[in-house]
Design a protein around this ligand. Structure first.
Ligand code: CO8
Length: 255
């Protein structure tokens, strides 16, 4: 692979974006390689969590501007350019973004496609597309608004200003801010914790939390209750509750 590196730590899979000469700009090739690598792992019962990271200096500087610059509207529409990022968002294995440095444009959108965002103190988030004569195109106007609210989203999207990690955390974009040098370790530890739980329950929890962004409260609560009921068909539910009552650690199998 030319644009990403994959490392496996037991049940955790770490993906490192690796296009340093263009600050990890997200090209079509990178998206293809990412999906080719993660699709089979999403179906692998031994893979319990993904961590997506960049370098110590930059998470990702957005979509590859050079690749896009000369395209026409017809090219973009014909290809449905970057539609496949939705496939990344829809992978059912939980994803953690471990962000050091800049997460701009598509980089910020990639972080938002992940389920947790762990950021270093020097991380910077923003949607600067307005400065390029365009708008965010991989969820930046939609996910960002749901996560941080209209007031902040308008500010970022219309002015193109950036947020530091603390502001991003208080706004609701970032799950945890940690010292820069701790980012990957903290993300891997969180990933290991998630991967140690029952896979069916983890996927159900993720699905229900995301459902809250798409549905009304009443329907969402009903959906959650149905999923909760269904989990009583799993061995992991019996094991988890029995282990608690027997005062021992549970042994989840994902069944
Ligand atoms: N695309 C292509 N090349 C890039 C990008 C990018 N997004 N970002 C940086 N580069 C290249 C630069 O051109 C430069 O190349 P060269 O060495 O040949 O001159 C090299 O990377 C280094 O860049 P800098 O010198 O600028 O590096 P710095 O470390 O000084 O700065 C920054 C790093 C702050 C990240 C800076 O490069 C920057 O601001 N980059 C652009 C950020 C940006 O505007 N992002 C938005 C991109 S558009 C987008 O994401 C839209 C997504 C939606 C598309 C969906 C379509 C449907």
């Amino acid at each position: 692979m030319n644009t990403i590196k994959i490392e496996r730590y037991g049940r955790v899979v770490a993906v490192r974006l690796h296009r340093p000469h263009v600050r990890n700009a997200l090209s079509g090739e990178l998206l293809t390689e990412l999906l080719d690598a993660l699709r089979p792992l999403d179906a692998d019962p031994e893979a319990g969590c993904f961590v997506v990271t960049g370098s110590e200096k930059v998470f990702a500087a957005g979509a590859d501007i050079k690749e896009m610059a000369a395209r026409t509207a017809v090219d973009m529409a014909a290809e449905d350019y970057f539609r496949a990022w939705e496939e990344f968002a829809d992978l059912r294995t939980p994803k953690i973004a471990a962000v050091n440095g800049h997460a701009l444009g598509g980089g910020c959108e990639l972080a938002m496609m992940c389920d947790l965002v762990i950021a270093g103190e020097s991380a910077v988030f923003g949607q600067p597309e307005i400065k390029l004569g365009v708008i965010p195109g991989i969820g930046g106007t939609q996910r960002l608004t749901r996560l941080i609210g209209r007031a902040k989203a308008m500010d970022l999207v219309l002015t193109g200003r950036t947020m530091d990690a603390r502001e991003a955390e208080s706004a609701g974009l970032v799950s945890r801010v940690v010292p820069d040098e701790r980012v990957l370790t903290e993300a891997l530890e969180a990933a290991e914790t998630i991967a140690s739980y029952g896979r069916t329950a983890v996927r159900a929890a993720r699905d229900c939390v995301d459902r809250s962004l798409e549905t009304g409260l009443r329907d969402g609560i009903r959906y959650e209750r149905r999923v909760f009921h269904a989990l009583f068909a799993t061995q992991d539910q019996k094991e988890g509750m029995t282990a608690f009552l027997e005062k021992r650690a549970p042994r989840f199998t994902g069944r």
